[in-house]
Ligand binder design. Structure first.
Ligand code: NDP
Ligand code: PHD
Length: 344
């Protein structure tokens, strides 16, 4: 039986990726599409400026976009994927949860809230049971689950794979694709022949979300991981795929050889969107590269290269597709985990 699902913010960049991933999905059926009041009432093909590299599915093109309001969503919809601007997410997501909907959200609001699971299924699926605490605290029949920021998602699975070496300090510098800022986020005049060494609030997200994802949940409370993370975030003129340079200091002996073995052995999950392998390790020091490697594992794999010793511990580069693994695919994967664990 398929789960009837909706998309909040369906006309946007991430909403379009969600449609692309959900349309052929074995377990989810797109049943409703919402956007702002200016799109509500229009056929989807008219409301959305379609920019994804596959055609608008016929089932979606003529569907009428509705307001982003619980009363506009059919009762037989169980799961909502949210790709709203974070200020809008903060205002409306709790209302959907109160009305009984399970919301798998990509928006950054509430990611660090004590009773909101922030999930990368291959890293911390056990944190999903924080939903029991959330339901007790808030009295919701529905639930709110978040996926992390796209740059956080790119490097945290590599840290999870190396956690057995007792991580102490991590430095990460990002080279982020323009799609992360949305279609109108950076102008061509700003980014061509250029790099911008600042992305608002991004560094703090990497530094805090990583500690939550790597933390431990005892069934009642979540303890943040003790690793210190320092991030520097940069925008570069690639279209998709965030590349990151990482330095890891660990108390146990973390050689490049031992790291490669741990990264390659780190398991994926038995979920439709979890790729096998999860982490692809390149021996070639010129890889991974955004244009060549972002679609590995249908955009859901993490790739790693350049493993070497440095003055500041183990050094390597990692890469993930920011709008698939880092956004829409991450929300879909969390939906799959919700289904598998009986929350739908
Ligand atoms: N772009 C990316 O690669 C990534 C984006 N994100 C995050 O995902 C979220 C969505 O990003 P993105 O798709 O780029 O954003 P867009 O601006 O492209 O899309 C926003 C969506 O939200 C709708 N919306 C805007 N305002 C309202 C409102 N007041 N009420 C209801 N709906 C509203 C828009 O509808 P309408 O078309 O009618 O205006 C549209 O469907 C953001 O939180 C962003 O930070 C995260 C990772 C990557
Ligand atoms: N800030 C990210 C994209 C993004 O929207 O992140 P978040 O999901 O944390 O809002 C980028 O520019 O690449």
């Amino acid at each position: 039986m398929t789960v009837r699902a909706g998309i909040l913010g369906a006309t946007g960049a991430v909403g379009q990726r969600l449609i692309q991933l959900l349309e052929p999905h074995p377990d989810f059926e797109i049943a409703t599409l919402t956007a702002s009041d200016s799109s509500a009432g229009k056929p989807y093909r008219e409301a959305a400026k379609w920019r994804v590299d596959t055609p608008i599915p016929d089932t979606v093109a003529d569907a009428t976009v509705t307001e982003t309001d619980p009363d506009a969503v059919p009762d037989d919809v169980d799961l909502l994927f949210s790709s709203l601007p974070s200020s809008v997410g903060a205002a409306v997501e709790p209302g959907f949860c109160e009305a009984g909907y399970v919301v798998s959200s990509n928006s950054s609001n509430a990611r660090m809230a004590d009773d909101v699971p922030l999930i990368i299924p291959e890293v911390n699926a056990d944190h999903l049971d924080l939903l029991e605490v959330q339901r007790d605290d808030r009295g919701w029949d529905g639930a709110l689950v978040k996926n992390p920021n796209c740059s956080t998602i790119t490097f945290v699975p590599t840290l999870a794979a190396l956690a057995e070496f007792d991580l102490e300090r991590v430095h990460v510098a990002t080279l982020q694709a323009v799609s992360g800022a949305g279609y109108d986020g950076v102008t061509s005049m700003e980014i061509i022949d250029n790099a911008i060494p600042h992305i608002g609030s991004e560094e703090e997200k990497l530094e805090t979300e990583s500690k939550k994802l790597l933390g431990t949940f005892d069934g009642a409370e979540l303890d943040l991981h003790g690793v210190d993370v320092s991030a520097s975030c940069n925008r570069i003129p690639t279209l998709d795929g965030h590349l990151e340079n990482v330095w890891v200091e660990a108390s146990d002996d973390l050689t490049p050889e031992a790291a490669a073995e741990a990264l390659e052995a780190y398991p994926s999950l038995d979920l439709p969107s979890s790729p096998e392998p999860l982490i692809h390790v390149f021996e070639d020091f010129e890889r991974p590269q955004p244009r060549l490697d972002r679609t590995l594992g249908e955009g859901m794999a993490i790739s790693v290269g350049g493993l070497q010793e440095s003055t500041f511990g183990l050094q390597y580069n990692c890469l993930a597709h920011n709008t698939i693994r880092g956004a829409a695919g991450a929300s879909v994967l969390n939906g799959e985990l919700l289904l598998k664990n009986g929350y739908l």
